[in-house]
Design a protein. Structure first.
Length: 402
C-alpha cells in the first residue's frame, strides 16, 4: 500500500493551513482551527495538527470514523436522524476561526441502498449550524477549506492505481514542487488577472451553448466572479452565484456525481423561470428526485468555468473537488443546485439582511451540489448595452493571454 512520504504530507498540510485559510494569508497566532479528518487519512491529520501548532494556532482535531454511516442510517429513528445538539454546536461555531475538512471516501456507494429521504433529513437538521458559520464568514471572522485524501476505492473507480491517483493529488496541489507556496501564489496572481477582467464587464446574462447544453443564466445586480480564495485546494475555477430566477434552458452532464454515498450518472436538467422543471439521471434517479425536493434545491446557486491552461488535473477523479477543476481538452463547466455563495456579492455583504439577499436572487438552501460537464461549449456574455462577448471557448478564457 502506497503512503505519501512525510515531506509530501507536510507540504500538503502547510498549504492548507498557511495558504488556503484566511483567504490566502494563512492562520494567525491564537486562531482556533477545527480539523475534520476521516480516520483513513490519519497521517494527514497529524501533519495538519503540527502545521497549525507551528503557525501558533490551536488545533481542534476530530477523526471521523469511516464505514459507520450505513449502520447509522439503517438504525436511526426519526428523532435520532434529526438530533441537533444546539448548545454544543453553537459553542463550537462561536469558538472556531477556521475549518479544514478532508474528503476520504473509502466506499463511494456506501449509502446506495439507504433511503434518500433519510440522508436529506439528517443533513437538513444541521442547516442551522452551517448558517452560523456562513454568517461568521460574511462577517469575515471565519474561513474554511476542503482537500482530498486518496483512497483505493476512488482510484479503482477511475481506472488508476493507488499511486497514480495520489500523483494526481500531488501534481494538482504543487506538492511536487520544492516551494508549493510560491506556486500557489503564482496561481493566485493569474486568477486575480482573470477575475479582474470578468468583473470589469457589465454582464447582464450568459448564454451557454454546445451539443449538450442550451442554457441562459441571468447574473443579476452586484455580482462578482470569484475564485482562488483558498476555499478549495486545489481550485482553478472561476465562479459566480447568479440570480436564480433568470435561469432558462437545458443542460446535460457527462460526468458522474458522487454525493452522499451515491453515484448518479448522465444527469439532465431543464429550467423554466429559474426552477428545475425536468430532471432525470440514468443511474441514481431516485436520489436525484429526492434531493430536488429539499427546500430550494431545485434552483441554481452557482455557475463555474475552469480554464484548461491553469489546471494541473489531467484525469477524472470521481470526486467533485477535483472534477470541477479538471483541465482536459475543454476545461469544464459546472453548476450547483441549492445554496448561493454570498461572497459573490459585489458590495458589503455585512450590511445585507435576509430579505436583501432574497431580493437580489441569491438562493438559500441546505443543499449545494455541484454537477460537472467536460464537453465543449461556448459561453457568450450579453452586456448591459446589448453587446455580446465570447468569454469562454475551447476550454479557455480567450481574453487571457498569460
Amino acid at each position: 500500500m502506497y503512503t505519501p512520504p512525510h515531506y509530501i504530507l507536510d507540504r500538503y498540510a502547510s498549504i492548507l493551513v498557511n495558504i488556503a485559510l484566511n483567504s490566502g494569508s494563512g492562520i494567525k497566532t491564537g486562531d482556533v482551527v477545527r480539523l475534520l479528518v476521516p480516520d483513513a487519512a490519519k497521517p494527514l491529520a497529524l501533519a495538519l495538527q503540527n502545521a497549525v501548532l507551528r503557525s501558533g494556532g490551536h488545533p481542534l482535531t476530530r477523526l471521523l470514523p469511516t464505514g459507520f454511516d450505513k449502520d447509522f442510517y439503517t438504525l436511526a429513528n426519526q428523532e435520532q436522524l434529526t438530533f441537533f445538539p444546539r448548545n454544543f454546536l453553537r459553542a463550537e461555531a462561536d469558538l472556531i476561526d477556521h475549518q479544514i475538512y478532508i474528503v476520504a471516501d473509502v466506499d463511494p456507494r456506501e449509502l446506495s441502498h439507504v433511503s434518500p429521504m433519510k440522508i436529506i433529513e439528517a443533513r437538513d437538521a444541521k442547516k442551522e449550524f452551517r448558517d452560523w458559520l456562513t454568517e461568521k464568514e460574511v462577517q469575515e471572522k471565519f474561513t474554511w477549506t476542503i482537500a482530498l485524501w486518496g483512497t483505493q476505492a476512488k482510484a479503482a473507480e477511475v481506472g488508476l492505481t493507488y499511486r497514480q491517483y495520489w500523483n494526481q493529488i500531488i501534481q494538482a496541489c504543487f506538492l511536487d514542487k520544492p516551494d508549493p507556496k510560491l506556486e500557489w501564489q503564482k496561481t493566485l496572481t493569474m486568477q486575480m488577472e482573470i477575475k479582474t477582467v470578468l468583473n470589469a464587464m457589465d454582464i447582464g446574462s450568459l448564454c451557454i451553448k454546445g451539443k449538450d447544453v442550451d442554457l441562459t443564466i441571468r447574473l443579476g445586480p452586484e455580482r462578482l466572479w470569484n475564485g482562488g480564495s483558498g476555499r478549495n485546494i486545489p481550485s482553478f475555477e472561476f465562479f459566480t452565484s447568479p440570480d436564480w430566477r433568470g435561469t432558462q434552458g437545458w443542460i446535460h452532464f457527462n460526468q458522474p456525481l458522487y454525493r452522499y454515498g451515491n453515484v448518479l450518472k448522465d444527469i439532465d436538467l431543464e429550467f423554466h423561470h429559474g426552477i428545475v422543471v425536468k430532471a432525470k439521471a440514468k443511474s441514481g434517479d431516485a436520489f436525484l428526485q429526492q434531493m430536488l425536493k429539499s427546500p430550494n434545491a431545485n434552483k441554481l446557486g452557482e455557475f463555474s468555468l475552469t480554464d484548461k491552461r491553469m489546471s494541473r488535473i489531467t484525469h477524472v477523479m470521481a470526486e467533485t473537488l477535483y472534477d470541477e477543476n479538471i483541465g482536459g481538452p475543454y476545461g469544464n463547466t459546472h453548476v450547483a443546485l441549492g445554496k448561493s455563495y454570498k461572497d459573490c456579492y459585489r458590495g458589503d455583504a455585512k450590511l445585507l439582511k435576509k430579505k436583501d439577499w432574497e431580493d437580489l436572487g441569491f438562493n438559500e438552501s441546505a443543499e449545494h451540489t455541484d454537477i460537472i460537464s467536460t464537453t465543449d461549449r461556448t459561453v457568450t456574455a450579453k452586456l448591459s448595452n446589448n453587446a455580446e462577448v465570447v468569454i469562454y471557448k475551447d476550454g479557455m478564457f480567450p481574453f487571457y493571454k498569460g
